[in-house]
Write a protein that binds this ligand. Structure first.
Ligand code: PMP
Ligand code: GLN
Length: 390
């Protein structure tokens, strides 16, 4: 007899774990799982050491340490002109992952519909299923990933409770345009729907593009939950410090779940995150981060081009999608396995980010949040592709 609850029986191991294990087994350069394999800024690491030494080691307030909530209010005011009350409109949690889970558990009732753009970041669907909601999908089509107004409007009804957006978007690298966000905002207001906006890659955008939080559009401040975290912006994905921002009413609802999931975050890391956010704005750090990722993106794009892999240029995030439809593989998993075992470079098969059968099987996602040495080694190995028979 299986002891596993029915709720989890149909979930396998995540594709990130599976591909990282395969990369390790074959000694491949891991351009699969999206985590920086280089050091976090010294200031940020020192802030964590200092917080532990200062004995900030007991439970923080359940909504997050005061310094962190104040640093976030200052950041959102400075970058996005958003006015937030640190006492009632910000809840710090255990990474964007818990923010998504707690928010969805707190807003979705059984039978409610949640609109999700596919491909999606893999936690979205289980979050909705755990709450008893029904995911409804809008499939973004390569290579432009644009949203068609009529197709999106057709998904809205009086059953729709939430729409989940992610900009900059993992895995496509799409940045939602102001016109697209306006279209979503209009539909949210017409159907009384709340937008959850996952913005964890907010500081990784390219070519002068601008990240726009949907909460800043007219009428959206009180019907948006903006979610972000410290992991991508400061190269500390293992810290798992995240935050959800919304109206006081919605934050009260989110808190009701959060108090039963983890109750509170990790105190010294919340303190160090506050220090990191303050430091970033004092030193112009985000511009440096952006310049570093612009360089890494361009290195990967050249390597893929030289290996004759047709790449779709990402506007944000640290991922790039490649069109593998003409390469003669049965599907994305076969391609990613071949590349790992025979070429020594590991991408992620994106079909795992789709619910529609066979969608995404003609794509592969490459991460470039890796050292220059790792990217150069991957470029070298990819050269073999041209000369090998697939
Ligand atoms: N959303 C997206 C789109 C992501 O790529 C990630 C990265 N894991 C997360 C959320 C989770 O963020 P965190 O590590 O802060 O939980
Ligand atoms: N966000 C990262 C990615 O998309 C990894 C997430 C994870 O390992 N769960 O690759």
């Amino acid at each position: 007899m299986s002891y596993m609850a029915q709720r989890v029986q149909h979930y396998g191991t995540t594709i990130f774990t599976e591909m990282t294990n395969l990369a390790n087994e074959y000694g491949a350069v891991n351009l699969g799982q999206g985590f920086p394999n280089f050091a976090a800024p010294e200031f940020v690491k020192e802030a964590a050491r200092a917080a532990i030494s200062a004995d900030i080691n007991q439970y923080p307030p359940a909504i997050g340490r005061s310094r962190l909530r104040h640093a976030l209010a200052a950041k959102y005011a400075r970058h996005y002109n958003m006015e937030l009350d640190p006492a009632s409109q910000i809840v710090a949690m255990h990474g964007a992952t818990e923010c998504l889970f707690a928010t969805i558990q707190s807003l979705v009732d059984p039978g409610d519909e949640v609109i999700i753009f596919e491909p999606y970041f893999d936690t979205y669907v289980p979050c909705v299923e755990f709450a008893g909601g029904t995911p409804v999908y809008y499939t973004l089509e390569a290579p432009k990933w644009e949203i068609e107004p009529d197709k999106l409007a057709a998904l809205f009804s009086d059953k729709t409770k939430l729409i989940l957006i992610n900009t900059p978007h993992n895995p496509t690298g799409k940045l939602f345009s102001r016109a697209e966000l306006q279209m979503i905002a209009d539909l949210c207001q017409q159907y009384d729907v709340i937008a959850i906006s996952d913005e964890v890659y907010e500081h990784i955008v390219f070519d002068e593009a601008q990240h726009i939080p949907i909460a800043t559009l007219p009428g959206m401040a009180d019907r948006t939950v903006t979610i972000s975290s410290i992991g991508k912006s400061f190269s500390v994905t293992g810290w798992k410090v995240g935050w959800a921002i919304g109206s006081a009413e919605i934050c009260t609802a989110i808190f009701r779940s959060h108090q039963w999931i983890t109750f509170a975050g990790a105190a010294p890391l919340e303190e160090a995150s506050a220090a990191a956010l303050e430091w970033a704005d004092e030193t112009g750090y985000y511009a440096q981060l952006q310049a570093m990722y612009q360089r890494k993106r361009d290195t990967l794009l050249s390597a893929l081009n030289e290996a004759n892999l047709p790449v779709i240029t990402p506007a944000g995030t640290y991922f790039a999608m490649v069109d593998i439809s003409e390469l003669g593989f049965a599907n994305d998993r076969d391609f990613c396995t071949y590349l790992t075992k025979e070429i020594g470079v590991t991408p992620i098969p994106p079909s795992f980010f789709y619910t529609t059968p066979n969608a995404g099987t003609d794509l592969a996602r490459f991460a470039f949040c890796k050292t220059d040495e790792a990217l150069a080694e991957a470029a070298d190995r990819l050269q073999k592709l041209g000369s090998s028979s697939c």
